[in-house]
Write a protein that binds this ligand. Structure first.
Ligand SMILES: Nc1ncnc2c1ncn2[C@@H]1O[C@H](COP(=O)(O)OP(=O)(O)OP(=O)(O)O)[C@@H](O)[C@H]1O
Ligand SMILES: [Mg+2]
Length: 194
């Protein structure tokens, strides 16, 4: 499954079924979804739409899924620790993955968790390199900044987050169905100028 996930043999743009990439990411993370001792399990809810094949860098997008889903698990787990006094078994932990085609020849993948959510201060720095709220040795703060580069610069897409404290978090990845190389090159040269 690691080989499938990293798609080492496919460093170039390919037309692929993104659901396969999401599934191979979930397979690698499956141990973290299971209940262990007094830690409740996490349910994965899938609302997969009817996606066409997407022209993209598959190994890189899998890395984005991995970063965002791992963050969702970390967030849910941190909530469970805080809530342990009131009985974590009452907590229903879910990560919901929704995919759909948007009007504008883009597709969207939404990854939502019912963890603790984020304050405005955290949201403002979310995609900054080295920004982390995790203990030293746990997070490097690079996961989302790398994901942002992959989605926006490599694929000409968008990566956004909607979250409020106590309301969970939802990350939305938008990717064009076909990579418009001109757009990607324009964005690249723009970021060089900046
Ligand atoms: N689903 C989420 N719920 C709540 N907070 C989140 C969520 N996803 C990200 N964050 C916040 O954004 C910060 C930055 O995330 P990012 O993935 O870039 O780094 P990290 O997870 O801390 O470390 P790394 O991914 O490099 O191991 C996290 O430390 C956390 O505070
Ligand atoms: Mg992370």
């Amino acid at each position: 499954s690691l080989r499938n996930f990293s798609r080492l043999d496919e460093a170039e743009v390919k037309r692929i079924n993104l659901h396969e990439g999401i599934e191979s990411t979930l397979l690698i993370l499956q141990n973290r979804f299971k209940a262990k001792g007094d830690k409740p399990g996490i349910e994965i809810v899938k609302n997969y739409g009817n996606l066409p094949l997407i022209e993209c860098y598959p190994g890189q997008l899998n890395q984005v899924f991995m970063n965002i889903i791992s963050n969702a698990i970390d967030a849910i787990e941190s909530n469970n620790i805080k809530d342990s006094s009131i009985g974590i078994q009452d907590n229903f932990n879910t990560i919901t993955i929704t995919t759909e085609v948007l009007e504008t020849s883009y597709i969207a993948i939404r990854i939502a968790d019912n963890g603790p959510g984020m304050t405005e201060a955290v949201k403002a720095k979310l995609f900054d390199p080295f920004f982390t709220t995790k203990p030293v040795g746990k997070g490097t703060g690079l996961g989302l900044s790398i994901s942002y580069q992959i989605v926006v610069e490599k694929h000409g897409g968008k990566l956004t987050c909607v979250s409020e404290p106590g309301q969970g978090s939802e990350f939305c990845i938008e990717i064009p169905i076909s990579v418009d190389r001109q757009t990607v090159n324009d964005i690249r040269s723009l970021s060089c100028v900046i």
